[in-house]
Design a protein around this ligand. Structure first.
Ligand code: MRU
Length: 349
């Protein structure tokens, strides 16, 4: 796994521009935090954990740009930058979790120099923790799959979307390495094609057998008995287990429920939002209608066609068979304060 969506190099934030994949592999380097914030907004970096990591490095960068004579002035300016990052994308809670961690660092620092050093360490810790979380949750998730599993997934939840091997795609990677994964069906994921462009790109590099399907083909595959499990990521998990994820996930969950196929949600604990009691309270990002009416920048709808473009939907907890994090496997009713089961440890013993 050689993909790194965000990296810090000697005072510069490097972002792999995912809007140009798979045609071109372009890394943009930012020495101004505004570039990092814009990269998140424009989805050059996307995927809930990667958004949080990018914001953390962006804030570490901002701290170096803030030229404030006192700690109070530094804090005031830093807060303005935090608010700018908070405006970039509303649904992925990892963004807000990362901002809060960075704010706590500044609250405890005595001087701007101390804040600058500690902010970079904190950003690196957020990335490293996500790397480790992916490995742990992938093992827990792979233990749930049957031998010869055929899984269906949506969007991109891989190394491009996280600090590690990915969440849902991390499970797929580990299950394949364990020899128990037979096939992956990848929803193309309209309107931005994260499945077709990004997940396909990652799976090809890994040599994992897969086919991309039109989003609307999922029901037929399930009716034909070709899907053993649906595995998705999450952008925010409410305290009751309701989950926001890429638009189309709810549709998959209803289909999976109808066909008796388990639907697993995979995410680090940092994607659980205990302050949001239920999914109805999760803000849903609305994106530009041109993402629907245009393909590759070219109009395909009649000019003047209106379009409605919510980027995420909410899957109710009742349709989720299990939520897999680095701590283990939560089953309904979801109580995230309690210790979950760890099937991968049981499988080893
Ligand atoms: O709009 P995106 O591409 O940022 O949305 C990403 C998703 O919905 C993923 O499924 C989710 O964030 C999990 S990423 C590990």
């Amino acid at each position: 796994m050689k993909v790194r969506p965000v990296a810090w190099h000697e005072g510069v934030v490097a972002v792999l521009d995912q809007t140009q994949l798979p045609e071109r592999v372009v890394v943009e380097e930012f020495d101004d935090w505004r570039g990092v914030a814009e990269a998140i907004r424009a989805m050059k970096v996307r995927g809930a954990p990667a958004i949080g990591i990018a914001a953390a490095y962006g804030l570490a960068l901002a701290a170096r740009q803030i030229d404030a004579p006192t700690m109070d002035a530094f804090r005031a300016e830093f807060e303005r930058v935090c608010q700018a990052f908070a405006q970039t994308r509303p649904t992925a809670v990892n963004l807000f979790g990362a901002i809060e961690r960075m704010q706590r660092v500044v609250a405890h620092a005595q001087t701007p120099e101390e804040a600058r050093a500690r902010l970079l360490t904190e950003a690196q810790a957020i990335q490293q923790e996500d790397y480790e979380a992916d490995l742990a949750l992938a093992r827990h998730g792979a233990a749930l799959l049957p031998e010869g599993a055929r899984v269906l997934t949506i969007c991109n939840t891989g190394a491009l979307a996280t600090g590690g091997i990915g969440t849902a795609l991390g499970i797929i990677r580990v299950a394949y390495a364990q020899g128990k994964l037979a096939h992956v069906y990848v929803c193309e994921t309209r309107p931005r094609w994260q499945g077709l462009r990004l997940t396909a790109w990652e799976l090809l590099q890994e040599g994992i057998p897969f086919e991309v399907i039109a989003d609307g083909a999922a029901g037929l595959l399930m009716a034909q008995g070709n899907v053993d499990a649906v595995i998705t990521g999450a952008d925010r998990i409410a305290a009751n287990g309701d989950t926001a994820n890429k638009i189309g996930t709810y549709t998959l969950a209803v289909l999976a429920h109808y066909h008796g196929v388990p639907l697993y949600v995979a995410a680090p604990e940092s994607t659980i939002d205990p302050t949001t009691p239920e999914g109805v309270h999760i803000p849903i990002e609305q994106r530009d209608p041109s993402e629907i009416t245009h393909v590759g920048g070219v109009w395909v709808a009649p000019v003047g066609t209106p379009a409605y473009n919510p980027a995420f939907d909410i899957t109710p907890a009742s349709l989720i068979s299990a939520i897999i994090t680095e701590k283990g496997v939560y089953r309904p009713p979801y109580r995230f304060g309690e210790t979950p089961a760890t099937p991968s440890s049981a499988a080893r013993s």
